[in-house]
Design a protein around this ligand. Structure first.
Ligand code: ZN
Length: 484
């Protein structure tokens, strides 16, 4: 383990959505410098010169917009997504970071081009938004870059914003920084890291104690959700996945700065909520086994529809979707990214425990129709392995990212391919109400509906969509029931 920047291949949440920006100043100086050496025409003059399509939509989080930028230049493909607000300092900070990443990517391509011809490259940036009960936003920006399918690396960087004041608190402002509380935080983080350390790239005890050593800098990358503090350990160089721990407030509340502590009442409420969820689950499991014998009875004239959710699991959205599915006693199918299963094993396990079907959606979401045989094989089979390792169950089917596949892809797996006929475009409109509209217009008996369990808007709109489908005589089946 080296104490260098973050370099990790694999992992990109993203799908078709991604974005970026660029407008910086530091990078521009370097461009001027390289611009003189016109001998190498492959070095771009400016990151801003690459043809791209930029889109802006309101997110589900008040005051936050999502900027999406997709490259139109086949030599430098990228898909970038990042948040913006009404606060200029925050906006500049994010844009500067994105521009820096984009610039590095272009330079890496230019470098590689010196000795190589005809290679592909990939560059994605996506982000997730979380909110502390006190209103603070945390944005977790994940970027994935790979050139010629080799130099894959993934980084995570977190940004924080008080949407009212524009404050951007750092770790030193959100936790107690005295020696004693910091030591406790370090111990708590270490024990959570050790506990989650069950995947095939287990960290050694030594690595864990290095990562979580009682030094504020080790906790630089953090996010506050409604229920917990998430820590991202990006300080090591690894070609594997970034270690993450999610610690419930009940375990760290006393270690947080006053503004970020939950009141005793709120803490108790959260604990009750989570034990209530557990109780509900237990009751449901009992009901499920009671009614299992009747399950196979076919309802005459019932129309069948398969709800499918791609690109997860996600700690916030997937859990909300599970609740809605449970309300309708419906079974759905989740096409998971292996990299995300490794990130959030407990969420994947929850999906399996709730009785839903698991599907394989590749490890990093590349366009497999353009990938080498070896990469295709690894993307699919590594994902099947982690799904089985984490949930104890094998995936039933495979959904190629972007629906893109060919004979070579098919030869790398025995899993049946599961595409879709109703595309809700939920990743694009990010509008809960539009989910139903897009389903209404296209659904028919036997339809497979494509959604994504990484967008809060999809969780928002699901209840109305399912109510509509149920009223109109549809029953919800796992996708394998509809694959012939
Ligand atoms: Zn996808």
């Amino acid at each position: 383990m080296k104490n260098i920047k973050n370099r990790f291949p694999f992992f990109d949440f993203l799908l078709t959505i991604l974005t970026i920006i660029l407008l910086g100043t530091g990078a521009y100086l370097i461009f001027l410098y390289t611009g003189d050496s016109s001998a190498n025409s492959s070095i771009p003059k400016d990151v801003d010169d690459i043809a791209s399509t930029i889109d802006e939509v309101d997110s589900n989080f008040t005051g936050i917009k999502i900027i999406t930028e997709i490259s139109n230049d086949p030599n430098t493909p990228f898909a970038i997504q990042y948040p913006q607000s009404k606060h200029i300092a925050f906006n500049d900070k994010v844009k500067k970071y994105i521009k820096r990443l984009k610039y590095d990517y272009l330079m890496n391509i230019a470098d590689y081009e010196q000795d190589h011809k005809n290679f592909t490259s990939e560059f994605n940036i996506s982000f997730e938004t979380f909110q502390h009960p006190n209103g603070l936003y945390s944005f977790v920006v994940v970027n994935h870059e790979s050139i010629d399918e080799q130099n894959g690396k993934t980084n995570i960087r977190t940004f924080h914003l008080n949407p009212e004041t524009g404050d951007m608190p750092t770790i030193a402002e959100v936790v107690k920084t005295e020696e004693e509380p910091l030591k406790i935080l370090s111990n708590v983080a270490a024990s959570f890291l050790a506990e989650n350390n069950t995947t095939d790239h287990a960290l050694s005890d030594e690595e864990i104690s290095l990562l979580t050593a009682s030094n504020l800098e080790n906790f630089n990358e953090f996010a506050f959700t409604n229920e917990m503090l998430i820590l991202y350990f990006t300080q090591i160089e690894t070609d594997e996945v970034i270690p993450i721990v999610s610690i419930p407030y009940s375990d760290v509340n006393h270690l947080l700065a006053l503004d970020f502590q939950l009141s005793r009442n709120d803490l108790v409420k959260k604990e009750n909520e989570s034990s209530e969820q557990q109780n509900n689950k237990d009751t449901n499991e009992k009901e499920k086994s009671d009614s299992d014998e009747n399950d196979e009875k076919e309802i005459p004239n019932a129309k069948r529809v398969a709800l499918t959710f791609d690109d997860g699991p996600d700690p916030a959205v997937t859990m909300r979707i599970l609740e809605t599915l449970e309300k309708y006693d419906a079974k759905a199918t989740f096409f998971m990214l292996g990299s995300r299963v490794e990130f959030y094993p407990e969420i994947a396990k929850n999906v399996q425990e709730a009785g839903h079907e698991l599907g394989n959606h590749s490890w990093t979401h590349p366009d497999l129709s353009k990938a080498s045989t070896e990469k295709i094989f690894n993307e699919i089979n590594r994902t099947s392995s982690i799904i089985e390792e984490v949930t104890g169950e094998k995936p039933y089917s495979f959904r190629p990212p972007y629906g893109a596949f060919n004979d070579v892809v098919m030869q790398q797996t025995d899993l049946p391919v599961a595409l879709w006929d109703v595309d809700t475009l939920d990743w694009k409109h990010r509008n809960g109400q539009q989910l139903l509209a897009s389903i209404k217009n296209h659904v028919k008996d036997g339809s497979i509906i494509l959604m994504h369990d990484i967008h809060p808007s999809t969780a928002d709109g699901l209840d109305a969509a399912m109510a509509y489908l149920q009223e109109n005589g549809f029953i919800f089946v796992p996708v394998s029931d509809l694959l012939e």
